[in-house]
Design a protein around this ligand. Structure first.
Ligand code: NAD
Length: 364
C-alpha cells in the first residue's frame, strides 16, 4: 500500500531533522509519496506568509502530515504557525510520550509517561488585546463595571477560554488511551484552587468522567505546581497525564528534560479529520544549518505516524533501530554523549545514516 503524506520541513533546524526522518522512514520500505510544502521563514520569503493556504489544503487532503519546528517571534510579529495549524485543523489532542531510552543521559530512568495536552483552547486561543488598544480599553471598562472586579487601565489582556466540550474530548482521549494500552492511572493537572471556573471546569469534567472508568483506570488530580516537583522527584508515580494547553506545553518540556533533553521528545497533534506529527522541540536557531542536532525526536514522531497509518511492523523496526543506535552510543549526536564536547559525536545526517543501516540489518 502507498501513502501520500504532507511534509512541512519548517525552519531553523527543521529541514535538517525532517530530511533525516524522511531517509529513515524511507529505509523501512513503507511506500510514502511525500508532498513537501513550505512553511515558516522560507514561506515568508517566497509567499509573504509563514502559513500558505497550500499547507492547510495539503494536510486536509492527505489527512496525515509531519513537520519540523517553526520559529515564532517573541512578543511581536506573526502568530505562531504551530498554534494556527492546530486550531485551523482542530487537532485537539497533543499526545507526547516521555520515556527513558537506554543509553541516554536521562536525569531519571523511571519515566514512562504519556502526556495528553489540550491543543486548541486556554491562553493559546489567540484572544489577546494589546495595552492601550481600543479593544483592551473597552474590555477593561466592561470588567471594571462588574462588582469586585478591578483590572488596571494600562493592562494587556489575554483570555483563557476552557470549554466543557474541549475538556471532555481531551480527557476522554486520555482515558481511552489508558484503557486501550493497559495504563493504570490518569492524573489530571490543574490550578483549580486559583482559577476556580476555568481550571475548575476542566477538573469537574475529569472527576465526572472518571466515574465511567472506575474499576478500569485510577483517576487523581494534582495541582500543577506540585506536579512539577512530583515529576522531578517521583516520576514513577505517574502514568497518563491530561492537561490544559499551557500547563501541557510546559510540563512536556519538563518531562523531555527528565529523559535526556528535547532531542528525544516526539509528539503528535490528533484531530478527527487529520493528524500532524512533530517533535516537541522548537527551531533551535543557533544550531540551524550546522548538522549538529539530534534527529531522534522527529524520527520517533514518524514512528507514531507509522503506527497511526497502520504500519506497526515498520514502526517497531524504526523504533528498534533508533534505540539500538542510541544504546550503542557511537553514532550519536553531542547531546547523547556524557560529555557534550565529546569530539566523537556525529552530526544529524550521520546519526540518521547509522539508523538506516540498522534498519537494513534488522531485516523484515
Ligand atoms: P528550542 O526547542 O528550539 O531549543 C531549546 C534548546 O533545546 C536548544 O538550544 C538546544 O539546546 C535544545 N534542543 C532543541 N532541539 C534539539 C535537538 N533536536 N537536538 C539537540 N538539542 C536540541 O526552544 P527555543 O529556543 O525556546 O525556541 C526556538 C524557536 O522555536 C522559537 O521561535 C519558538 O517559538 C519555536 N518553537 C517552535 C515549536 C514548534 O514548531 N512546534 C515548538 C517550540 C518552540
Amino acid at each position: 500500500m502507498s501513502y501520500r503524506i504532507t511534509l512541512l520541513p519548517g525552519d531553523g533546524i527543521g529541514p535538517e531533522v525532517s530530511s533525516a526522518m524522511q531517509k529513515c522512514v524511507d529505509a523501512t520500505g513503507v511506500d510514502i509519496l511525500w508532498e513537501e510544502v513550505m512553511v515558516g521563514a522560507p514561506a515568508i520569503a517566497q509567499h509573504g506568509t509563514p502559513l500558505p493556504q497550500a499547507a492547510i489544503d495539503s494536510i486536509k487532503k492527505n489527512k496525515v502530515a509531519i513537520k519540523g519546528p517553526i520559529e515564532t517571534p517573541v512578543g511581536k510579529g506573526f502568530r505562531s504557525v504551530n498554534v494556527q495549524l492546530r486550531q485551523e485543523l482542530d487537532l485537539f489532542a497533543c499526545v507526547r510520550p516521555a520515556r527513558y531510552i537506554e543509553g541516554t543521559q536521562a536525569v531519571n530512568k523511571n519515566v514512562n509517561l504519556m502526556i495528553f495536552r489540550e491543543n486548541t483552547e486556554d491562553l493559546y486561543s489567540g484572544v489577546e488585546f494589546d495595552q492601550g488598544s481600543p479593544e483592551a480599553s473597552q474590555l477593561i471598562s466592561l470588567v471594571n463595571s462588574f462588582p469586585g472586579k478591578k483590572v488596571r487601565p494600562d493592562s494587556s489582556i489575554s483570555i483563557k477560554p476552557i470549554s466543557a466540550f474541549g475538556s471532555e474530548r481531551i480527557i476522554r482521549a486520555a482515558f481511552e488511551y489508558a484503557v486501550n494500552h493497559g495504563r493504570k492511572k490518569v492524573s489530571l493537572v490543574h490550578k483549580a484552587n486559583i482559577m476556580k471556573y476555568t481550571d475548575g471546569l476542566f477538573l469537574h469534567t475529569g472527576r465526572k468522567m472518571a466515574e465511567e472508568y472506575a474499576g478500569r483506570v485510577v483517576f487523581e488530580d494534582v495541582i500543577v505546581d506540585n506536579m512539577c516537583m512530583q515529576l522531578v522527584q517521583r516520576p514513577e508515580n505517574y502514568d497518563v497525564l491530561v492537561l490544559t494547553n499551557l500547563y501541557g506545553d510546559i510540563i512536556s518540556d519538563l518531562c523531555a528534560g527528565l529523559v535526556g533533553g528535547l532531542g528525544l521528545a516526539p509528539g503528535a497533534n490528533i484531530g478527527t479529520a487529520a493528524a500532524l506529527f512533530e517533535p516537541v522541540h522548537g527551531s533551535a536557531p543557533k544550531y540551524a544549518g550546522l548538522n549538529k542536532v539530534n534527529p531522534t525526536a522527529t524520527i520517533l514522531s514518524a514512528v507514531m505516524m507509522l503506527d497511526h497509518i497502520g504500519e506497526a511492523v515498520a514502526a517497531r523496526r524504526l523504533e528498534t533501530a533508533v534505540f539500538d543506535v542510541i544504546r550503542a552510543g557511537k553514532d550519536v549526536t553531542y547531546d547523547l554523549k556524557s560529555d557534550r564536547n565529546d569530539v566523537s559525536a556525529v552530526g544529524t545526517k550521520e546519526m540518521a545514516q547509522a539508523i538506516c543501516q540498522r534498519i537494513k540489518a534488522l531485516g523484515n
